[in-house]
Write a protein that binds this ligand. Structure first.
Ligand code: ZN
Length: 95
């Protein structure tokens, strides 16, 4: 008799520090049709997404470096990206 395999958590990689983690430990950022990025707390929004650790360092570094926006072809200003990073951080803190 073999035991059923433990249910594996889906794993995703943080685009900032490139650490693989359980999906639930990451926050998803999605590119909308209008070219702006949005936080996707449910992980269910359609579109291209990137994952980040729920960690201030990863979120701020990544959005500041514009790497997400480049990777996803987002059209956002520095100001908008800063606002988004604050939004993500707030979200992570309430979780
Ligand atoms: Zn990270």
């Amino acid at each position: 008799m073999t035991n059923p395999a433990p249910k594996k958590q889906p794993q995703r990689m943080c685009v900032s520090c490139r650490t693989r983690r359980d999906k639930k430990d990451l926050v998803r950022v999605t590119l909308k049709d209008d070219g702006t990025l949005t936080v996707d707390p449910t992980g269910k929004l359609p579109g291209r997404g990137a994952y980040l650790c729920k960690d201030e360092k990863c979120i701020k570094t990544e959005l500041k470096a514009h790497r997400i926006s480049r990777g996803l072809n987002a059209q956002m200003s520095e100001e908008e990206l800063t606002k988004l990073s604050e939004e993500i951080l707030k979200l992570c803190q309430t979780n």
